[in-house]
Write a protein that binds this ligand. Sequence first.
Ligand code: GTP
Ligand code: MG
Length: 229
Amino acid sequence: MADHPTQRPGGGPGTSEDVAFARRMRKDFQRIEMEYEFAVDEVLTKVSILRREFLHLHRYNPIEHVGSRVKSTGSILRKVARLNIAPTPEAIRAGIQDIAGVRITCSFIADTYQVLEALISQDDVRVLQVKDYIAAPKPNGYKSLHALIEIPVFLSTGPVPVTVEVQIRTIAMDFWASLEHKIYYKYEGQVPPGLVASLTEAAHLAEQLDHRMEELHTEVRGGERTEDA
Ligand code: GTP
Ligand code: MG
């Protein structure tokens, strides 16, 4: 860690130490970003393989949509400051676990658990944490499966373990979470209580819709997944 100073060196702005420090920081951040992008690519490949194999085996696709993002340097730096983390690659890797995120939207509730299991049971996936906000929703009604996984990214210098946050939810859960997120940001986190209550009520409606759709799906397919959805 000694070669990654946590403080800007003295001597005032524009000194050669300052410039060297800024250059090292930029290089460190570019490397972090690259490693997390590779990790996201690996998870996306895993999800794509699962989707295609599932389709081949069962003629059914449980995944509606897959999205991903890697936090920008600005966003990482804001979190570093907020959480009081040292701006070193090691501290950032250890302290910020949602630099890389993959969101999988499934058709039905049962699919979310199936996709999670298929992903975390893979040999090169190390599970750091699983949170089941479907079985135990947040007080506002938020539902999703969250998994923090670590996968190896094979670089020329050897494998590097990289953490990826995976969120798995149904279309109805995703619909609700997207809107809630927009409202939360519009009110800068201070959502009026009446609106919070309406959102929670809407989450219950989304839940009912999920259950109804799952019932219909089971009825139509006679409990068997043998054809295209
Ligand atoms: P953060 O500090 O928010 O990352 O929380 P955490 O690290 O304890 O993890 P948590 O599992 O609570 O949430 C991680 C991510 O899930 C968030 O960054 C959001 O993408 C999503 N999330 C969690 N709670 C909510 C919620 O109430 N509404 C919405 N729309 N998204 C949520
Ligand atoms: Mg987070």
